[in-house]
Design a protein around this ligand. Structure first.
Ligand code: AMP
Ligand code: ZN
Length: 663
């Protein structure tokens, strides 16, 4: 069995490498998932072969309560910055003076814009991952970093027995966009930029959430004495050992060649899948590096060249206000078209009222527009020299541009909302579009535009109406062929099989995204239980906070929603967990309440909780007289232990728990 497990781990490591590092997968995602599931099952059945670097850790599932501080064995320096050819020539002169030779070559690399990371490998396995922190000490974020697909868990080739390697954890532009789409779909504010989102993601407590963020890790520096003579070779070596080391670095023999590299990449960098904000120039020869040494802040042998963020000024013609599915208002600047980073820009995002006020924008102003990681560029300032004396400041709208309802703004929130949830046209169509979307009901044949058309023609006013659609009702519509009409009806019919958790997501409850919907579905098992729950009970569910709980309860109290859901029930949608999802359910733990605390080795905390629920038990969040068992792992807090003891609650470990459910 051990061999089988090892073989699957090797195989999955190889596929991970092919996919994330080489970007050339050799099997389908489906096949990969099957193998991963097989390994997960074997590991669960054979906890004695547990390995912290098994490819199964990539999916996450453990919770990190706090990130211990780690003192860096080798300090993490920052870099000096340069902005021009003259800066670089000056730097070169200083180096020539110190080294007493002008025989110096440079490695030029792109400067990846993310969060720096320090990885420790021992015997080819990832041991520790630490943030830069203040350069002297950082935070141990190993569990989170293990979920990043391009971070090798097992090295290949002739790697040193023990070494540190440094790099940057970035959020690729695509992953950033996708994440923001999901957030907006769940009624949350979008994140501002990929860099902050990458570093924020690394500090999430739930590794499963980190795993879903689509982070990438690009390496650029081997630390300490590795016996490798040059920076350029060390990049090649690291690549051989299985690290993702972008292949764009170039060995240059003069500052002119360095400048050529810089100029070439000034525009080309925008085509890369991740953000870069400059070039890092490093003295190639390691012996020379050592001779040059460090200042108190940075290596003397390296220099960052920072690109100016691409910026232009253009005139702001007007502001339009978009109304989203949840009623959130997004102001958008309409600009006089202008060329920026290779594309014509006509619109820019302004985020919210505060942003407009902060920038003190007047209509007709010449505004500076910048292109960051986002697809839509943003306005970063106003060119006051060009302001007309009679320009009027923007006054934010007070009423919905679509339905004229007075807008509201909840305390502590940045966005204004149109509260006319059920009768404001873009909110109606937005909700239906969300309902039919791929991750929700995934209705084939129906797209966003068709939904608009159906709404405008009066065929539907809400998502329940979809199930009353017939081919006859569709045929009179503009450009509706018989075949497409039939497909739509078929697609709608088929959606009745979509499982409960996705139906729950499709309902469009604010703050209930895909993950929360899954959690709620698993916990409550059917819609009736959820309809009758209270805020107090909801916050007892793992990771459901007050905001989500209140939103759920309000949703189900609303008459309008009750009616829609009753209709959906009559149409035969899935409103309870399927037999498949409830397979393996028993009553073994019925009536028993468990609290899970500490860190475990056989199971992740989520797995333990799922097992408790699967066997009919309840998961409590804090120890009280109602608790029957505390399952204690490593690092359970002493105060919790005391409390359990004083209340006479049984404390068991994961093995004892296992025997409870197996017997
Ligand atoms: P700064 O944060 O502006 O002082 O720049 C220094 C940071 O640039 C380092 O801490 C690294 O995280 C980051 N960086 C990105 N790409 C590279 C690279 N190719 N070589 C060295 N540092 C890099
Ligand atoms: Zn409205």
């Amino acid at each position: 069995m051990k061999e089988k497990i090892q073989q699957l781990r090797d195989e999955l490591n190889q596929h991970n490498y092919n996919y994330y590092v080489l970007d050339t997968p050799t099997i389908s995602d489906y096949e990969f998932d099957q193998k991963l599931k097989e390994l997960q099952a074997l590991e669960q059945a054979h906890p004695e072969f547990y390995d912290e670097n098994s490819p199964t850790v990539r999916v996450g599932g453990s919770i990190t309560k706090n990130f211990p501080t780690v003192v860096h064995e080798y300090r993490m320096y920052s870099l000096d910055n340069s902005y021009s050819k003259e800066d670089i020539e000056e730097w070169e002169q200083r180096i020539i003076k110190t080294l007493g030779t002008d025989d110096i070559s440079f490695t030029c690399e792109l400067k990846y814009d993310g969060a720096s990371i320090d990885l420790l490998y021992e015997d080819g396995k990832l041991k520790q991952a630490t943030t830069r922190g203040d350069g002297i000490q950082g935070d141990d974020i190993t569990a989170n970093v293990r979920t990043i697909g391009s971070v090798p868990l097992q090295l290949r080739g002739d790697y040193p027995q023990r070494f540190y390697i440094r790099g940057e954890i970035v959020m690729p532009k695509k992953a950033f966009e996708r994440l923001n789409q999901e957030r907006v779909a769940a009624g949350e504010d979008p994140f501002m930029n990929p860099r902050n989102t990458a570093s924020g993601s690394l500090k999430l407590q739930d590794t499963a959430e980190v795993a879903k963020r689509g982070l990438d890790c690009l390496l650029y520096f081997l630390v300490g004495d590795t016996g490798i003579a040059t920076q350029f070779e060390s990049l090649e070596k690291a690549r051989e050992w299985g690290f993702k080391v972008p292949n764009y670095s170039r060995l240059c023999h003069s500052t002119q060649e360095v400048m050529d590299f810089i100029n070439e990449w000034d525009t080309k960098r925008h085509t890369l899948p991740y953000e870069t904000d400059g070039v890092v120039i490093k003295v190639n020869n390691v012996a020379q590096q050592q001779e040059l040494g460090y200042t108190s802040k940075s290596p003397r042998w390296a220099m960052a060249y920072k690109y100016k963020a691409e910026q232009v000024d253009t005139q702001l013609e007007s502001i339009s206000y978009q109304v989203g599915r949840t009623g959130a208002i997004t102001p958008v600047a309409n600009l006089k078209p202008v060329l920026l980073a290779g594309t014509i820009v006509k619109r820019a995002s302004l985020h919210n009222a505060d942003q407009i006020e902060k920038l003190d924008i007047h209509i007709g102003d010449w505004v500076y527009v910048e292109k960051g990681g986002e697809i839509i560029p943003k306005i970063v300032g106003v060119n006051l020299d060009k302001r007309e004396p009679d320009a009027v400041p923007v006054s934010y709208i007070t009423h919905c541009p679509e339905c004229d309802t007075e807008l509201v703004r909840n305390e502590g929130e940045a966005q204004h909302y149109c509260p006319n949830t059920y009768h404001c046209p873009p909110q109606i169509t937005g909700k239906i579009q969300h309902f039919i979307s791929r991750k929700a009901m995934d209705i084939e044949g129906l797209g966003e535009e068709t939904v608009e058309l159906l709404f405008r023609s009066g065929v539907i006013e809400n998502y329940a109406d979809l199930y009353e659609i017939t081919v006859e009702k569709l045929l009179p519509l503009e450009r509706m062929a018989k075949k497409s009409a039939e497909n739509i009806v078929k697609g709608i019919e088929k959606s009745k099989e979509v499982p409960f958790e996705r139906v729950l997501f499709a309902l469009g409850i604010r703050y209930v995204g895909e993950t929360v919907a899954k959690k709620l579905a698993r916990h409550y098992k059917n819609i009736t239980a959820l309809e009758n729950t209270t805020v107090e009970q909801l916050v007892e569910v793992d990771e459901i906070g007050n905001q989500i709980a209140t939103s759920v309860v309000n949703f189900f109290q609303e008459e309008y929603n009750k009616e829609l859901i009753n209709r959906l029930k009559e149409y035969g949608l899935q409103f309870e967990l399927s037999a498949e999802a409830t397979a393996g359910q028993t009553d073994t733990l019925k009536g028993k309440t468990f609290v899970v605390s500490g860190v475990f080795s056989l199971y992740s905390r989520d797995e333990l909780k799922a097992l408790i629920e699967q066997h009919g038990g309840k998961v409590g969040s804090s120890i009280s007289s109602k608790t029957d068992y505390v399952i204690a792992g490593d690092k359970m807090g002493p105060s919790k232990r005391e409390k359990a003891e004083s209340l006479g609650v049984k404390i068991i470990d994961e093995v004892a728990f296992q025997s409870l459910i197996i017997s």
